[in-house]
Each structure stands twice: as structure tokens, then as C-alpha cells.
Design a protein around this ligand. Structure first.
Ligand code: ATP
Length: 137
């Protein structure tokens, strides 16, 4: 089975939606195989989003991701990468399909509730960024 790495971002935690979003994720058939609450520093947030460091929104992204605790998780399911991106909806909540997590809860393209890996390969790199082997069940 495939794995994906998600982060319930600081806006999700601030809105007290950890439970609701996790419920939707589990109801959609994803198995949680690792999870923790952590607060990213600007350095760890910047490292995670290093591919975006030349983008105009990088500073804002790093500020936001380090603005409060977040909840990274590794999720397991057949076709996890694609199915998870379908569940969360488009990056910009205004463009996200009805019923998706971002359409229902996200305020903006910057504060968009959740991250989802964009490929199996990146999912593995991202999972290793947050979890050691013994933290994955
Ligand atoms: P994520 O990687 O968080 O799942 P994504 O793959 O849907 O998001 P990317 O294009 O990889 O989207 O952008 C990474 C993150 O950078 C977005 O989730 C969003 O939080 C932020 N971001 C993207 N575009 C903008 C923008 N124009 N303004 C502010 N933040 C942005």
C-alpha cells in the first residue's frame, strides 16, 4: 500500500479542528501509521518547503507554518497520494471542490489547513523529515 505525509497546519490546530479533520481522513479509508504534535521553527519550516524558497510567498509560508503547533501524520491507503489530494481539494480553497477539507475549512491559499505529499518519492522524504523508524507503527 501507498503512504502519504500530511500536516494539519497551524490554522487547523488553532480552529480546534484536529479531531474533525482526522475523522474525515479516517472515514475516507486512510490508516494513521504515525502522528505527533510539534511546533516548527522557521528553520525546520523553511527546510520542509525548501523547493519554494525562491517564490514570493516563501517568507509568509515560513512565518505561518512556524506560527503555532501543527500535527504531521503518515497515512496509509491504496493510491494514498492521489486520493489524499482529492480529499483535501485544490491549494486555493476558492477553487477547491465542494465537500473537500480545504473548501469547508480553509481561509486562504496561505492558510489552507493541510499539506499533502505530491508524489510517493516526496512522501518518503517528507515522512523521514518528521518521523524516525520507531515512530511509525
Ligand atoms: P501543500 O504542499 O501544502 O500540500 P500544495 O501542494 O497544494 O500545498 P504548493 O503549490 O506545493 O501547494 O504550495 C505549498 C504551500 O505554499 C501551499 O499549501 C500554501 O500554503 C503555500 N502557498 C502556495 N501558493 C501560495 C500563495 N500564492 N500565497 C501564499 N501561500 C501560498
Amino acid at each position: 500500500v501507498e503512504r502519504t505525509l500530511t500536516i494539519l497546519k497551524p490554522d487547523c490546530v488553532r480552529k480546534n479542528l484536529i479531531g474533525e479533520v482526522t475523522r474525515r481522513i479516517q472515514e475516507a479509508g486512510f490508516k494513521v501509521v504515525a502522528m505527533k504534535m510539534t511546533r516548527l521553527t522557521k528553520e525546520t519550516a523553511g527546510g520542509f518547503y525548501a523547493v519554494h524558497k525562491e517564490r514570493p510567498f516563501f517568507g509568509e509560508l515560513v512565518e505561518f507554518m512556524s506560527s503555532g503547533p501543527c500535527v504531521p501524520m503518515i497515512l496509509e491507503k491504496e493510491n494514498a497520494i492521489e486520493d489524499f489530494r482529492t480529499l483535501i481539494g485544490a491549494t486555493n480553497p476558492d477553487e477547491a471542490d465542494e465537500g473537500t477539507i480545504r473548501a469547508d475549512f480553509a481561509d486562504s491559499v496561505g492558510e489552507n489547513m493541510v499539506h499533502g505529499s505530491d508524489s510517493v518519492e516526496n512522501g518518503k522524504i517528507e515522512a523521514a523529515y518528521f518521523f524516525t523508524e520507531s515512530e511509525v507503527v
